[in-house]
Write a protein that binds this ligand. Sequence first.
Ligand code: ATP
Length: 252
Amino acid sequence: MSIKIKGLSKTYGKKPVLQELNLTIEKGQCYCLLGKNGVGKSTFLNCILDLVKPDAGSVNLLDKNYSQHGYEIKQNLGALCEDNPLIEEFTGLEYLNFVAKLYRLPTAEANERISSLTKYFFSDQESLQKNMAGYSTGMKKKVGIAAAILHKPDVLLLDEPFTGLDPIAAQLLVQLIRSYRNANRIILISSHDLNYVERVATHIGVLNDGQMMYNGSVEEFTMNGKNLIDQALFQLLLPHHNPEANIDWMLT
Ligand SMILES: Nc1ncnc2c1ncn2[C@@H]1O[C@H](COP(=O)(O)OP(=O)(O)OP(=O)(O)O)[C@@H](O)[C@H]1O
């Protein structure tokens, strides 16, 4: 069971975002994709989700490809997209029930899972009876996460899952990701929240200029824990940042 990416390329207009990327993510891994703003992390995840069509290359999930087995792949794939699209006219509970129906979960099982996930993430259960249009960013994010894992997919893709969560919810998500990973599934995360990445990652990918600047275990990335992930990332990326940037005008 794996995600296999071969020769994946994507250009928007004249801007090459992904250039012949090759990558394999195995079960039991929590692969965290890091990189500067606009470097192509969401584009990469969206190619794996079949939401963005790559110009070249192939995505193989769980030994299947989209052209022949799109339906089966999507049944076994859960995702939280960066813009976290929800149907905001629905209450949180209505939405989760709707998602459960899409995945054809038996009613009793759906009720049990929705109840346990909402109890896990929401101390205020009453809010789940209200329309999501009135939810805060973090509340929407928690509903989006619950919707992504409701059908217990073997592959879970989370784009910026920690952004907007309060520290309690973020810690609960860390625990959930660890348990999910330990159950031998595949988790792929794009995140700038390195404190949380530190707690969940088994593998790290650093995307820069269309290429994987680093792709390997977290141990190797941090030199067996001698560095924190943020230190290792700065060492890798800072030399590529604009050295002439100067904001001294603010000081006078
Ligand atoms: N639909 C689109 N049309 C044109 N350009 C796009 C489109 N989507 C993304 N881009 C461009 O592709 C590049 C990569 O965007 P992407 O959102 O994948 O980056 P990212 O690494 O996820 O960024 P961030 O960390 O800021 O969320 C950016 O330059 C962005 O402007």
